[in-house]
Design a protein around this ligand. Structure first.
Ligand code: AVI
Length: 327
């Protein structure tokens, strides 16, 4: 049976090139100019993000890795419920390094679950569906490539088991708070009572520590941001000159917003397909928000969006939290 041995991937991004073009043009024709950081993750962006996760200043990955590697049994206990089979759905799975601790534990304990990683990056999904069955024999995996809620709908159509949705890595921080709230509400709408969400939030801490993570000394974050311009050049026929843009990051301890910008170093015209975008010197493109939270704000987010916070897991430094919410 050929299909049993093939990685299972569902790909819903048919019109993705057109949507990417429209989004980029709309963002760059807005005042102020902006680009959506969801487009950071092409194959090159995935690689730069890996480098970033290995760099000493970028702490969130290590904090969450500590939680998943040292508190695996407690995490598992929090999501297993009464022991019935469930679907473990991971939004923005990345390379699943952290969740693999949980997956291995569940497999070792012979818990019946399906693992459904969802990621916007097809290269990530292809990698996971090939790699995980090798490193975690016996895992039942189905990769879903596309936007989170489109794929959650697909996941719901595939089974009516209890769902546990992982949304780790402080990915929720890449939305402004109002959008994150709307996101959690929509997530709740895709779930039934008894389903769960495990969400990773980066916590407020020393502003210097936070800023350094988004302004690393090796310039990896700068390359990560500039890579989106390279991607636009390649995929959308753009002519950005990367030497004419610099990276600027700032953290506001009051609001908890850490923001990244690309600053135009000159008056310049950039062509993308049939559109021309004018930049004046020092004009910025707003690239990304990485919102930081207090524990109280995470609880408020749960109750404002129809969830009940049931447990939370922190790293030793208390820099990062994985919260478990019940729908
Ligand atoms: C994926 N996301 C949670 C990262 C973050 O920390 O906001 C993306 C990132 N951007 C710059 N560094 C890392």
């Amino acid at each position: 049976n050929q299909s049993a041995t093939q990685p299972e991937v569902l790909n819903a991004s048919k019109n993705s090139a057109e949507a990417f073009y429209k989004d980029v043009i709309k963002g760059l024709q807005s005042t102020p100019k902006r680009l959506n950081s969801m487009y950071f993750y092409d194959a090159a962006g995935d690689k730069i993000f890996q480098e970033l996760m290995d760099c000493p200043e970028y702490y969130p990955t290590n904090c969450e890795l500590e939680i998943f590697s040292e508190k695996t049994a407690q995490l598992a206990k929090a999501i297993i419920g009464d022991g019935d089979a469930f679907d473990l759905i991971e939004l923005g799975a990345g390379d699943a390094t952290k969740s693999s601790y949980l997956l291995k534990y569940l497999l070792d304990e012979q818990i019946d679950f399906n693992y459904l990683p969802i990621d916007i990056s097809i290269s990530t999904i292809n990698y996971l569906t090939i790699k995980l069955p090798l490193t975690l024999p016996g895992i039942k995996i189905k990769g879903l490539n596309g936007e989170y809620f489109d794929m959650l709908k697909k996941a719901a159509a595939l089974s009516n088991r209890r769902k546990v949705v992982l949304f780790m890595g402080s990915n929720i921080g890449n939305m402004p708070v109002t959008e994150a709230t709307a996101f959690c509400k929509e997530l709740r709408n895709h779930l039934a009572p008894g389903d769960m969400a495990l969400i990773g939030f980066d916590l407020k801490k020393s502003p210097k520590v936070i800023l350094a993570a988004y302004n690393d000394s090796e310039g990896i974050t700068k390359r990560f941001n500039l890579n989106l311009l390279t991607r636009i050049n390649r995929e959308l026929g753009g002519n950005f000159d990367l030497d004419k843009f610099d990276h600027y990051a700032m953290y506001d301890p009051e609001t908890g917003a850490c923001k990244s910008y690309l600053i135009s170093l000159a008056d310049q015209l950039v062509t993308i397909g049939k559109e021309t975008i004018r930049f004046v010197k020092d004009e910025y493109i707003y690239m990304e928000i990485s919102q930081k939270f207090t524990l109280m704000q995470t609880d408020q987010m749960a109750s404002n969006t129809g969830f009940k916070p049931v447990s939370r897991f922190l790293d030793n430094k208390k820099w990062f939290v994985d919260t478990v919410w019940m729908a």
